[in-house]
Write a protein of this length. Structure first.
Length: 132
């Protein structure tokens, strides 16, 4: 499990920013498409491409302690024109504690531990696919 989290973190922090645009276009995922922030299908497709498994369905957020060791969280959840929108972040619990990786450009630190400021609506558990 520790190796899986390390791979996920390395993928998110290092590989995806450089390669994501080219690969996402091939997968039919476009940053301009508002559905990226209002549906889960695109993120699930991207995770599958990188050999990660996203659990079926979304689980309502109850507490930080109740989260699995690796999960995608929907924060900043709101409704626009009768459609829900959110911002994706990655929750990680490892030997160094719990933290959130947030891609928001304006953040000085993308590794966050200010849990009281984040208001998750729900989460999706993520695991590395077997055989890698």
């Amino acid at each position: 499990m520790k190796r899986d989290k390390a791979l996920a973190i390395r993928l998110i922090k290092k590989y995806l920013p450089f390669d994501a645009t080219r690969r996402s276009y091939r997968l039919g995922i476009f940053a301009e498409d508002a559905r990226l922030w209002s549906q889960t299908m695109y993120l699930r497709r991207l995770l599958d491409h990188y050999r990660f498994h996203a659990a079926t369905g979304e689980i309502p957020f109850r507490s930080w302690d109740a989260l699995p060791d690796l999960a995608l969280l929907a924060i900043k959840w709101h409704v626009e024109k009768k459609r829900p929108f959110w911002h994706w972040v990655v929750f990680v619990r490892d030997a160094n504690g719990a933290w959130v990786l947030d891609s928001k450009k304006s953040l000085r630190q993308h590794r966050r531990t200010d849990f009281g400021r984040m208001k998750p609506k729900w989460f999706i558990e993520v695991r590395r696919k077997p055989g890698n």
